[in-house]
Design a protein around this ligand. Structure first.
Ligand code: FE2
Length: 233
């Protein structure tokens, strides 16, 4: 496979003005295949949690109340079963720092530092939300012709009376790393139809801001009420 030369200013500009950029070929496709096989075996063995809830998100957790349907590898699951991703998480920190021009640090939150979301064929999805952390990197482990990441970019210009939203769909390519300002961009995953989609989520923060919604993880992983009380159902 031929790869184009890495262009730092191109990625920094895209991140700054388009809220996101995609760096191709961060992981070779052969390693994506190996990880995908291992991930599916771990799911078959019932070692990771299944997330299924709908309509429970609200502004307390920066969520629009959509549907969540996927398997989840939480921080300790990744450390135990996919140490390559823990290594990659630390190894790309200087790259993330260079592109974002922020003082980037890894997450102090063990449960959510590196996650893997595995969307099964037939409706796997993730509802509209803003992320809790400031910088999110998504490493795609599958290539997909469906189930794009749907992003809503806030736009404004003095020639226009009102701000508007630019919508884009980003289709996964195995081995690509997407960097996004996820606190500023409302986003979701369109439901799968026939394909499985696997995304590793690398959550980064800045040194002066490692804030995370207190109840965010319990809501996302378990569908717990963001207000902190339990649901009747
Ligand atoms: Fe997100």
């Amino acid at each position: 496979m031929t790869t184009s030369e890495f262009n730092l200013s191109k990625h920094a500009r895209a991140y700054q003005y388009d809220y996101m950029t995609v760096i191709d070929n961060v992981m070779p496709s052969t390693l994506c295949d190996v990880l995908r096989c291992r991930i599916n075996k771990i799911i078959e063995d019932g070692k990771v949690a299944w997330v299924s809830h709908e309509g429970k998100g609200n502004a307390d957790v920066s969520d629009a109340g959509g549907r969540y349907l996927h398997h989840i590898f939480q921080g300790d699951d990744v450390r135990e079963h996919l140490p390559e991703l823990t290594t990659l998480y630390h190894a790309v920190l200087p790259l993330v720092t260079a592109i974002t021009n922020q003082d980037v640090v890894v997450s102090p939150h063990r449960r959510s530092d590196v996650n893997i979301k595995v969307y099964p064929a037939g409706g796997g999805t993730l509802g509209e939300h803003y992320d809790s952390n400031g910088i999110t990197a998504l490493l795609f482990l599958t290539s997909n012709k469906e189930a794009p990441l749907r992003v809503q970019l806030p736009r404004a210009h003095p020639s226009k009376q009102n701000p508007w939203v630019e919508r884009r769909n980003v289709y996964a390519t195995a081995g690509s790393l997407l960097l996004m300002k996820d606190r500023e961009v409302l986003h979701d995953c369109e439901p799968t139809v026939t394909e499985q989609k696997i995304t590793a989520v690398l959550n980064f923060y800045t040194r002066d801001d490692t804030w995370r919604h207190e109840r965010f993880d319990a809501f996302v992983y378990e569908g717990a009420n963001p207000a902190g009380t339990t649901y009747a159902d």
